[in-house]
Write a protein that binds this ligand. Structure first.
Ligand code: B12
Ligand code: SF4
Ligand code: SF4
Length: 236
């Protein structure tokens, strides 16, 4: 029989799925400094997956379609986490939605106070690949992310602290910027020790210009090439 906390997980999960989430996970984030998490103990990760054909379409260069879906998924995620936080507040808990308006966007900064990927590994949604992206078993890296901070007394998952990339070097070999060093991630390894955001940003901007005349930091080759993503985008 399910106990009350498991029921709470199930209720929140079902609501977030009904708003359009493809992955939902609950993580204990108390190991992170309180001022980065508004003093709240739980992070709920919400992921929305790209349609398979959109990711298949960016194998040479990013496309206008991919850029549109970038906006579509961002808007969907903002709406899911806003509604999710409102629901939690209504249930009597504290909750903050990490919308783009609240946390800002990667166009202006290279570091967020509490990145969604940190919540994602705490919530066991996947691991950090050599690409520096979250890799999930079901969709590979073909997901966009958002999150909610709360004090709802949910059951949290066992965090993921190690990479499952193994010897794979596919994204390191394919990145047109040479931004991916090939070093395996584990919790505690800071991004800049295995990934170069400056190189990525510069090349991604050039590729957006080349692909769809965009003035934005969009590339995504590291998403498309990952064998975990490929398993998803070439499945029936
Ligand atoms: C700044 C930013 C960028 C910068 C810097 C890239 C970077 N990796 O940091 C630039 C402009 C270069 C960039 C590029 C891209 N980005 Co960007 N970006 C962001 C943004 C806004 C903040 C990231 C940040 O704060 N980084 C700081 C470092 C320290 O953190 P991090 O790399 O995010 O993650 C580290 C921690 O989470 C840590 N970690 C994991 N678990 C734990 C646990 C503990 C306890 C601790 C302490 C740390 C820890 O490991 C990670 C790697 O070091 C996020 C959105 C967000 N609010 O989170 C999107 C985000 C990371 N970007 C995303 C994407 C998709 C891209 C691009 C593919 C662009 C595109 N759409 O075509 C490229 C890919 C680059 C790459 N290979 O990583 C997605 C990633 C989705 C996924 N599957 O992982 C995000 C989450 C946006 C979203 N809402 O979905 N991005
Ligand atoms: S987005 Fe493009 S340039 Fe940036 S790491 Fe991925 S493949 Fe390299
Ligand atoms: S391409 Fe290979 S090394 Fe890169 S993130 Fe995917 S599994 Fe990991």
């Amino acid at each position: 029989m399910m106990n009350e906390t498991e029921n709470l997980n199930r209720n929140i999960e079902n609501e977030l799925f009904s708003y359009g989430a493809d992955i939902v996970g609950f993580g204990n984030i108390t190991e992170l400094p309180p001022d980065t998490r508004m003093g709240l103990p739980v992070g709920i990760i919400v992921a929305a997956a790209y349609p398979k054909n959109v990711i298949r379409g960016i194998s040479s260069l990013p496309t206008g379609e991919y850029r549109q879906w970038y906006d579509t998924l961002n808007e969907r995620l903002d709406s899911i986490v806003t509604r999710g936080a409102a629901m939690l507040l209504e249930m009597g808990y504290n909750a903050t939605a990490q919308t783009r308006e609240y946390v800002g966007s990667g166009e202006t900064r290279d570091n967020m106070l509490l990145p969604h990927k940190t919540i994602a590994t705490r919530a066991a949604a996947g691991w950090i690949g050599k690409s520096a992206l979250l890799v999930t078993e079901k969709y590979g890296s073909a997901v966009r992310l958002s999150s909610i901070l709360t004090d709802a007394p949910v059951v949290t998952s066992e965090p993921v602290n190690k990479s499952r990339c193994g010897d794979c070097m596919v994204c390191a070999d394919a990145c047109p910027a040479g931004a991916v060093s090939g070093r395996l991630w584990e919790t505690g390894l800071y991004r800049d020790e295995f990934f170069d955001p400056v190189k990525c940003r510069k090349t991604a901007r050039q590729r957006a210009k080349q692909g769809f005349n965009g003035d934005i930091t969009i590339c995504g080759k590291c998403i498309e090439i990952c064998p975990y993503t490929r398993k998803y985008i070439f499945s029936d």
